[in-house]
Design a protein around this ligand. Sequence first.
Ligand SMILES: *Cc1c(COP(=O)(O)O)cnc(C)c1O
Length: 362
Amino acid sequence: MNRIYNFSAGPSVLPVSVLEKAANELVNYQDQGLSVMEMSHRSAAYDEIHQEAIALLRKLMNIPDNYEVLFLTGGASTQFAMVPLNLMTKNHKADYLITGSWANKAYQQAKEYGDVRIVASSKDQNFTYIPKTTAADYRKEADYIHICTNNTIYGTRIKPDQVPQVDGVPLVADMSSNILSEEYDVNKFGLIYAGTQKNMAPAGLTVAIIRKDLIGPAQDKTPIMLQYKTHVDSNSLYNTPPTYNIYMLKLVLEWLEELGGIPAMEAINKEKAQKLYQYIDESPFYKGTARPEDRSLMNVPFLTPSPELDAKFIEGAKKRGLENLKGHRSVGGIRASIYNAMPIEGIDTLIDYMAQFAKDNK
Ligand SMILES: *Cc1c(COP(=O)(O)O)cnc(C)c1O
């Protein structure tokens, strides 16, 4: 089998065993005589997949009973609107921490729906760090505080023990690019959302985990499909959900459970990231761009001594089966996205290539 090491930021690598299982079941799912793709979303066979995916996510993330798990569509980007439409309903105020382009897009959208304030931003240094804040920086009367736990483009993260906490103000987190990668305490959040194409499943599904007391009437004229309540009341079956993606999510969650759950995954992710960062830090040739204490476990951006060498590096990497290492078009350089499904061999092969490239180009 000729699989590449796929360092894409998203859609991204999936576990090979999951792809193989899906392939085996693709045409005839468990002797039902049809594919999951062809099933009614109201059928018993599909219902089992749907319920199992929810149950597994609850178990793996330790989601308490006072939270609902929702399967939505429209990507994380649609949540940028759903969050203010559904939660900015009391004082019509919300506070946003701007740690990258996605957080900024969420803020830009929310501005349309109320009094939205930037608490702090790391734009001054091209989002290479996480601004430090305290509870006093946030408005007590805000309807919610919005953060992005992992900044996919810049390779920074808000660690589980550093998420802002303000008494009585729900915390909303975009976890698209690091959900399931390390242990976050769900109790600290009012709402967590994630597009699945980074760490969970193929593109097309969005997962939301919402505390029950936050499910209520949305702002006036909010479309039915954009109200959390619609999806809660129908167990995410108000309309046809992306059934095959939910099936794929179930397979990925089974894979994760077999591995030992999130604690085991976190240990592996820390080993992978640590190995790569250590190599970068010890090399006089490469330079990491994110502030060390804020570094992401999932996206590792770095530079060679020049943009020309960056381009040459990326070209040469392709020949070694190391693909999609180009940095985001807004920042350039190199970015290795090393999500849950990236095996440690991928990191080792990348480091071998980096060492050879540095030697050949110094
Ligand atoms: C990829 C990404 C998004 C955008 O997700 P879509 O599903 O394409 O809308 C939003 N936030 C973060 C942190 C991301 O990594």
